[in-house]
Design a protein around this ligand. Structure first.
Ligand SMILES: [Fe+2]
Ligand SMILES: [Zn+2]
Length: 414
């Protein structure tokens, strides 16, 4: 099948409730009249792309019908019964929006699940290449879509230059931490503004301690939790401090296979993640965030689309009496899988190395490290999932306009 055949109309037929299109590649699409009427993008009806939409669903008939229809290989033309409204549809647009089960499945992005075996072949990109080549950048973003993470080598490794990588991923997210979080703030290579903004007089963040950290998702205490996290290493640890990652989707798949009832328990049980920050900046009020959502989220096809696992942030469980023990059982079984060494990859990061990962899929951790001088220093920035996917869509639309827009997992969105 060629791309041209895919988007060329061979014939059409008018049925009682809609139009059937036979495509030159042998596929068939059926569009209901109500759908076609709603999708008219003439100057009068407008478009959902910019939200300038004159068409009102409440003002069109419940069961619209056509008076006339015609087509050529690139377009479908309809004249509507009643008001004689004329609609024209581009064939490629129709094919790209066909809602047959087959086409919806083709458009739906499928994550590539992984376990420890990916350690020998981690998706890795070179900073200068992704910065200079849009197609290489798209490959990097695609790797984050597919695997939930990638490594980037050769970034400047300097606080002053850190925005260069973040901007390739998407718009920086700003939270109560500001627009970044820097471990070990008292380093000499940081600009003054960073040193002042983030310096704390007490440790209130596990990122600032040296013990090993079990794999976790960040900020499970927020309704809108972090989408994409970007770690940039300014100063690696000499001994220890390896980064660890776990594919939460693979953990959920194993959990579902081994303990289907416990899996369902965690999908339907809301748990609260919380975070109290007594003093994160001089002169500001303390913060106390709480968010109640299940740890595993499935989409309308019952496929796992989001994970929010942070054992350290689980608030006292507040559920109906009979659900408490089953919830603990399910949690223990799931965490045992999440922490299973056969799932975890671990690797050192050098100065200038970066990790980009989807915090609503991939859990991150770190092995312990020693006190050193100069000490380990890692900058964390984040980008919301919608800004990341916006970036992917725009870049893909520019570089691969022939491909239909993919449907991406919405993460933990409820
Ligand atoms: Fe973390
Ligand atoms: Zn119209």
């Amino acid at each position: 099948m060629t791309q041209a055949e895919r988007t060329k109309i061979e014939s059409i037929s008018c049925k009682k409730d809609g139009i059937t299109i036979n495509w030159c590649d042998g596929c068939v699409s059926h569009f209901h009249f109500i759908w076609l009427r709603h999708q008219c993008e003439c100057a009068q009806c407008g478009s959902s792309l910019n939200g300038v939409r004159g068409l009102r669903l409440d003002l069109i008939p419940e069961s619209p019908n056509v008076l006339e229809y015609s087509f050529d290989s690139d377009s479908l033309y309809l004249v509507w019964d009643g008001d004689g409204h004329v609609s024209t549809y581009e064939a490629k647009w129709l094919r790209d929006h066909c809602y047959s089960a087959k086409e919806r499945a083709v458009r739906k992005h499928q994550p590539v699940l992984w376990d420890k075996r990916i350690e020998i072949d981690v998706p890795t990109f070179i900073f200068s290449e992704v910065e200079n080549s849009p197609s290489r950048r798209l490959e990097m973003l695609q790797a984050v879509c597919d695997y939930g993470f990638c490594k980037v080598e050769g970034a400047p490794g300097l606080a002053q230059e850190a925005a260069r990588l973040v901007e390739l991923v998407g718009t920086k997210r700003i939270t109560h931490y500001g627009d970044f979080e820097l471990s070990n703030k008292k380093m000499s290579n940081t600009p003054d503004d960073i040193a002042t903004l983030t310096e704390k007089d007490s440790i209130n963040n596990v990122g600032d301690i040296r013990q090993a950290l079990q794999p976790h998702c960040d900020e499970t205490y927020r309704t809108s939790t972090i989408g994409i996290t970007i770690f940039q290493v300014f100063q690696p640890s000499v001994e220890g401090g390896h980064s660890t990652l776990v594919d939460g989707f693979e953990a959920a798949r194993r959990f579902r296979t081994e303990f289907p009832d416990d899996f369902e328990e965690l999908v339907r049980t809301p748990l609260t993640g919380q975070r109290f920050d007594p003093k994160h900046a001089e002169g500001e009020l303390p913060r106390w965030y709480r968010c109640t959502l299940p740890m595993i989220r499935v989409d309308e096809d019952q496929e796992v689309c989001g994970i929010r696992v942070n054992e350290r942030q689980i608030a006292p469980i507040d559920l109906p009496y009979d659900q408490v023990v089953p919830t603990y059982r399910a949690l223990q079984k799931f965490l045992k899988i999440v922490y299973d060494p056969s799932l975890m990859i671990s690797f050192p990061l050098k100065k200038g190395d970066s990790l980009i990962f989807n915090n609503q899929r991939v859990l991150h951790g770190r092995t312990a490290f020693k006190s050193e001088d100069p000490g380990r220093q890692v900058l964390t920035n984040s980008v919301d999932l919608e800004d990341f996917f916006s970036n992917v869509r725009i870049l893909k639309g520019r570089l691969k306009p022939e491909e239909p827009i993919q449907t991406y997992s919405q993460g933990m969105v409820t």
